[in-house]
Design a protein around this ligand. Structure first.
Ligand code: G3P
Ligand code: CA
Length: 271
């Protein structure tokens, strides 16, 4: 056929990635600037950012499509302008839910935009960005790419990728790959039972993805090894316990999404 695909950019490093899941979300309210700052201080390899988009087209950091769980507001992000969204409190819920980690600072935090996050950290940290629900928003892929360009985060010369983009949505990743093949992409997969990859699936992933992100409870060492043999890095989500972290290391995964990155870093340094 006449259509030549762009090559996949490999993640060349053998380093084990400790990805701070939603920031250091055990210790600070998820997806707030302070949660990312704690992750940086703890020495995480990446800060993980889930993206949603406001009514007026700003990319903001939030896991859910609705603001209800992590702010004092109600409703869908896509029905808020950025100005309206900025009125919400994004930290009080955490102090109520996790009194052992409560902090006065969290009483005042707001939902950060991706722009503010890039302004704050520049190229000091590595970013592992998820396009959440990209199909309910217009041009999420283009908006993300435009911001990465504006903040000089593309084609960065570093040991490990400065930016990795992930999504459960295949169409969105394929679109992103066509727009900017230099950024490694991770296809997220969630299995109810045992994780499996057909040959067909591997072939299709090899066209656009540098790796897969898989729920830890569905994998075993054989699955991970097979994926790696087929050129795919394997990052596991979402690790809460020390046992899960040890399992990821024994199975030789390439990285983990950890709510408490310091626990993983301690284990790595002592093994
Ligand atoms: O993105 C990997 C992992 O974060 C997927 O789970 O629901 O926390 O985004 P979730
Ligand atoms: Ca995520």
């Amino acid at each position: 056929g006449g259509c030549k695909g762009s090559e996949v950019t490999p993640i060349a490093s053998d380093e084990f990635f400790v990805i701070a899941h939603r920031g250091a979300s055990t210790y600070a309210p998820e997806h707030t600037m302070v949660a990312y700052e704690v992750a940086e201080q703890l020495g995480a390899t990446y800060i993980e950012i889930d993206l949603q988009m406001t009514k007026d087209g700003s990319l903001i950091a939030m896991h859910d499509e609705k603001v209800d769980r992590t702010t004092d507001g109600e409703g869908l992000v896509k029905d808020f302008t950025l100005e309206e969204l900025k009125e919400l409190n994004a930290g009080k819920w955490f102090n109520d839910a996790y009194p052992e980690f409560a902090n006065e600072v969290y009483e005042k935090v707001r939902v950060p935009t991706l722009r503010e996050i890039f302004e704050n950290f520049g190229d000091r940290v590595n970013y592992y960005i998820e396009m959440k629900s990209p199909k309910i928003y217009e041009d999420m892929e283009e908006e993300l790419l435009a911001l990465l360009e504006e903040y000089n985060l593309l084609n960065h010369q570093s040991e490990i990728p400065k930016v990795i983009v992930q999504s459960f949505n295949r169409a969105s990743l394929i679109e992103f790959h066509e727009l900017e093949p230099s950024i490694p992409l991770i296809q997220l997969l969630s299995y109810k039972e045992k994780a499996e990859l057909t040959n067909q699936e591997i072939k299709s992933l090899n066209i656009y993805a540098s790796g897969i992100g898989v729920n830890v409870n569905a994998v075993d060492g054989t699955f991970i090894h097979e994926a790696q043999e087929n050129g795919l890095k394997v990052h596991l989500f979402s690790l809460k316990s020390e046992a899960d972290i040890k399992k990821a290391l024994i199975y030789k995964a390439d990285g983990i999404f950890a709510d408490a990155p310091n626990i993983a870093i301690d284990i790595l340094q002592n093994t």
